[in-house]
Design a protein around this ligand. Sequence first.
Ligand code: NCD
Ligand code: ZN
Length: 380
Amino acid sequence: MAEFQAGLPPTGDQKLHGPAAASAQTNPLEHRELQIRKPDDWHLHLRDGHLMEAVLPATARVFARALVMPNLDPPVITGRQAATYRQRIVSALPRHFMFTPLMTLYLTEDTDPFDVRKAIEHGIVTAVKLYPADSTTNSQRGVRNFDTIRGVVDVLSEFGVPLCIHGEVADFAIDVFDREAVFIERVLEPIQRSAPELKIVLEHVTTKEGVDYVLANGASTAATITAHHLLINRNHILAGGLRPHYYCLPVAKRERHRIELIKAATSGGSSFFLGTDSAPHFDRKKEAICGCAGIFSAPNALSCVAQVFDDIGALKHLESFVSINGAKFYGLDANQDSIRLEWQEEPIELSQPISYGTDKVTVFNPGIDLHWKVCSAVEA
Ligand code: NCD
Ligand code: ZN
């Protein structure tokens, strides 16, 4: 990884500001720490069974809540399935963790709007997830004909429950790097026009087109941004050798798109919030002839994001991005507890892979030094 440096090169309009950044300029050795409200992860893959047990602590240690994606095999389609999945997650939590999984339903063409209504009324689900069929991991049961989701969209609009969207067309004729932009035109705009009240989250946005779409669409539209898309561009995946641990969907784009994502995340604007899309796969499945998509970033995602914000002097907006904007969009209170991050001169050691029997899950390598160590949760 040494040959690529991620991180945004400073430009004229991104001056260092804020007390922490200012002290970094004048005295790099000065003790720097941050205390922010406990963050939430608004897009997380926890999987199930033993793998879920192995990866869950990495998230529960740092985040108060996470929106848990439903693309299991078989997927979490009904309210009942979401309730039992939630129960399995809660049972797998080590006792001392205060962590709340927020559940989603996997939208299919046959999803019963009445079941969605019941799941919402019983407080089981926080959002419904739309995967265009064949767009990503376990999306085969997703949606091909978007006219079929009308009934569910009406229920979501009625309750103010967001539709979280994997925003890529799964059309082989469309270049993989253009799939988000084409999705916005072909699918997202028509859905939004037909249901102006619907709350929409464009998940793991990766392009300037996506950012612009969110900015142009007012308070009912938001986007999650991952830690890894703030740090890597498509060169990290493809130049100088093929690096499967940087392959995820949507695939990282050109550098100019990454810069737009950094601007959006660090702007303080309320429409953007952290969704790590931490997506563990066994290494043997990624380092394969047909490697699967997904980056496992849960163990260092917050340190990565803090570093990106620090590098452009935007730490004052970190709390909005990781702890406030998402909760507000979902109509929830921000967390009362806090978490402390400490700057250390010695870069944090790279996280070791998570072992599971003879299998391993490699943790995201940000390709830059990380100096912000997540220390502890602070009780309210
Ligand atoms: C995710 C997974 O593995 O479940 N993979 C990924 O590359 N992000 C699915 C997804 O969110 O697209
Ligand atoms: Zn995902």
